[in-house]
Design a protein. Structure first.
Length: 236
């Protein structure tokens, strides 16, 4: 790979959904999307509700299987074609290359917040004491009180859960970040902290694909806008 290659290259990506409870009606969510994402940029997806922004994110992360097209990710010194990747390859991609902040925190019940945040480092063979120390420092930066570190996030407020979610991804310094409304549940002070984290990641070379309805965050972070058109009407 060359230094000026994109971190993510999408060509002709198509994704549809069949609504079986509505007589097999099909919705075309993505229709031939072409997109390049480069290191050290924050590309913001823009479009009306239903244009396929979150669907595109989930296709790139491997949660949704594409109907057709190509999603090539720079990984381990080469390219991984995600559309044809095995579950093991997707798992490896998520562990080392691709970080995803969704709007929801899904964790194992009863696991303390500090262990949830430290886990990506433990998966990279970082010593447990060092991983927990780094997790604590990041949680403190995100204004999570230390008294909450050993409690499960299921007991937290929505904003606190989102900050744990953000800490879990940003602790690992992934080269590619997918951010789906990372500031949606946050007050002004905590939004500013998250914006700083994202800016630092980009300056360190991370390639960032984001959905940012928050105008303040979008203005502060976006280096480029990618427009997604409204989806087509439902077809039988």
């Amino acid at each position: 790979m060359r230094a000026d290659d994109p971190a993510l290259c999408i060509r002709g990506l198509r994704k549809s959904f069949t609504l079986h409870l509505r007589g097999g009606v099909r919705i075309d969510a993505l229709r031939g999307v072409d997109l390049d994402l480069f290191p050290a940029e924050c590309l913001v997806l823009r479009g009306p509700s239903g244009a396929g922004k979150s669907t595109l994110m989930r296709c790139v992360y491997g949660n949704y299987a594409a109907d057709s097209g190509s999603i090539k990710v720079a990984h381990d010194g080469g390219w991984l074609e995600l559309v044809e990747a095995s579950p093991r390859q997707v798992h490896d991609l998520r562990r080392g290359t691709l970080g995803y902040v969704s709007q929801f925190l899904r964790v194992i019940p009863r696991v303390p917040a500090i262990d949830i945040v430290a886990e990506p480092l433990l998966m990279r063979a970082v010593a447990p004491a060092d991983a927990r120390r780094k997790a604590a420092a990041l949680l403190e930066r995100l204004n999570i009180p230390s008294r909450l570190f050993d409690l499960p996030p299921a007991t937290f407020s929505g904003g606190e859960q989102q900050r744990v979610n953000i800490a879990r991804v940003f602790i690992a310094r992934y080269p590619i970040l997918l951010l789906d409304e990372p500031t949606a549940s946050l007050d002004e002070a905590n939004r500013a902290v998250v914006i700083d984290l994202i800016q630092e990641a980009r300056r360190d070379g991370a390639a960032i694909l984001a959905i940012l309805h928050d105008a303040t965050a979008r203005e502060a972070l976006s280096t480029r806008i990618f427009e997604l058109a409204p989806r087509l009407a439902e077809v039988a």
